[in-house]
Design a protein around this ligand. Structure first.
Ligand code: EPU
Length: 417
């Protein structure tokens, strides 16, 4: 079993390019099956979740191969419409294939995704939107079966701006007859990136980034090429690391507007941050200060995917920072691990209170989930002594060789068996 071994208290210095966004790439890989030709996806990070999505493509009869930072997908010979349980289990977000498979073949059969380390993960909003587009849906023996001889565009309102449900609806609507208007849609940058990919396939989609999205169903072009946007959560993770280690780093190939709430919070904690059009410099010196409550919300609010990393940063700040997790029911599993490093954190339901300490101390800990694992890395970089983080498969889902990236900035971190 591999571990990340980190000797903390090193300053980070230098410049690092941020890789492509996991949460953009995954729905775009699903969307690629709407086309019956070749999609070339550039800036595709090397992540186990991307491998899992590529495995699903293979199961469906599509051909996909990686060439450096690109993934080339040919979906001409797609021959199946099901995703079996073992592939669904590998990546819970495989549910984003549902709308695209249904639109392409008229039928989709997916094993129920079930809960995950973040709590129950219902798909009721996805299913109700697909029903409104004309799908008949049944649940049999742990599978969801969707059928639609014809999908028809309509006006539909999501009862919560779910990211995955917005994506599924856009993908199903892309091949539906007529226009679809989605209200209360998620506004995340990854939705905008999906819109850009669909536009490159010739689908008239507008409005992504606002809560109303218009999709004009159409026959799509067979080939497309797309460069995935950079990962705002990875950028935020490195900013959290720089903040806690009192460092000075530059991040390149970023879109600072996509993580403005994180930048604002870190500025309030005492960091100096200068943003350019596609780069950013963060400088931190002196002790960080606790800030007003950090409440996670759908975009453009504070992202739930950065709550654990900022909590790790807040463990070192002077005073008490309150966190309120509003998106997932069970996103404090990293708290117990941060406590092992000496963090002072109390939780009550959705609220966590973090009182900063002068030092954390290295210890063996385990990643409980993807961003919780990233939080442990951030905390370990600050801690005195050696921290060993196990259960790295969680971290590898969303960070492309994070140890090498941190080493290039001067961190003392290795992956060891
Ligand atoms: N929800 C429902 N019913 C539904 C769908 C969602 O109740 O039908 C609830 C969920 O249980 C959750 C909340 O709504 O409590 C938000 O879920 P959403 O559908 O917006 O999230 P998602 O599409 O499953 C994506 C990201 C997550 C990120 C969330 C929120 C991908 C592949 N995943 O998940 O990313 O946390 O949006 O921003 O895009 C991560 O990268 O670490 C990660 C978990």
């Amino acid at each position: 079993m591999s571990v990340l071994r980190i000797n903390g208290e090193r300053e980070l210095r230098g410049s690092m390019r941020v890789h492509g966004a996991k949460n953009s790439v995954l729905p775009i890989i699903a969307a690629s099956i709407l086309a019956s030709g070749e999609t070339v996806l550039h800036n595709c990070p090397n992540l186990s979740d991307v491998d899992a999505a590529v495995k699903i493509l293979g199961h469906l009869g599509c051909v996909a191969r990686r060439e450096g930072e690109s993934v080339i997908i040919n979906s001409a010979k797609m021959s199946r419409c099901d995703i079996p349980h073992d592939l669904m289990r590998e990546m819970r977000s495989s549910v984003i294939f549902l709308g695209a498979i249904l639109a392409r073949t008229g039928e989709a059969k997916l094993s129920m995704p079930g809960g995950c380390e973040l709590g129950p993960r219902p798909v009721d909003i996805h299913l109700s939107a697909l029903r409104e587009l004309g799908a008949e849906i049944s649940e049999e023996g742990g599978n969801i079966i969707c059928r639609a001889s014809k999908l028809r565009g309509c006006r539909l309102n999501l009862n919560f701006p779910s990211v995955g449900a917005t994506e599924n609806t856009m993908l199903a609507a892309a091949l539906a007859e007529g226009s679809t208007i989605i209200t209360n849609a998620a506004r995340e940058p990854e939705i905008w990136d999906l819109q850009r990919y669909l536009n490159s396939l010739g689908v008239d989609v507008r409005g992504a980034g606002t809560s109303t999205i218009f999709v004009e169903g159409t026959r799509v072009k067979s080939d497309a090429s797309h460069r995935v946007i950079s990962d705002r959560i990875v950028a935020s993770t490195f900013m959290a690391a720089a903040a806690v280690t009192r460092s000075d780093i530059e991040l390149t190939d970023v879109i600072p507007a996509h993580f403005a709430t994180v930048t604002k919070t870190l500025r309030e904690m005492g960091c100096r941050i200068e943003t350019g059009s596609d780069n950013l410099r963060i400088r931190s010196n002196g002790r960080l200060k606790a800030v007003r409550p950090i409440m996670t919300e759908p975009y453009p609010g504070f992202p739930t995917d950065v709550q654990p990393q900022l909590m790790a940063t807040a463990t070192s700040a002077e005073g008490t920072t309150v966190f309120v997790e509003n998106i997932f029911d069970n996103r404090y599993r990293h708290v117990e691990e941060l406590r092992r490093l000496g963090a002072d954190i109390e939780t009550a339901g959705r609220v966590a209170m973090v009182t900063g300490v002068k030092k954390l101390h290295g210890a063996p800990v385990k990643a409980t989930d993807l961003r919780g694992g990233a939080a442990l890395i951030v905390a370990a970089l600050f801690a005195e002594g050696t921290t060993e983080i196990s259960e790295l498969s969680h971290i590898d889902r969303g960070y492309d060789n994070i140890e090498q990236a941190l080493r290039s900035l001067g961190a003392d971190i290795v992956r060891a068996d």
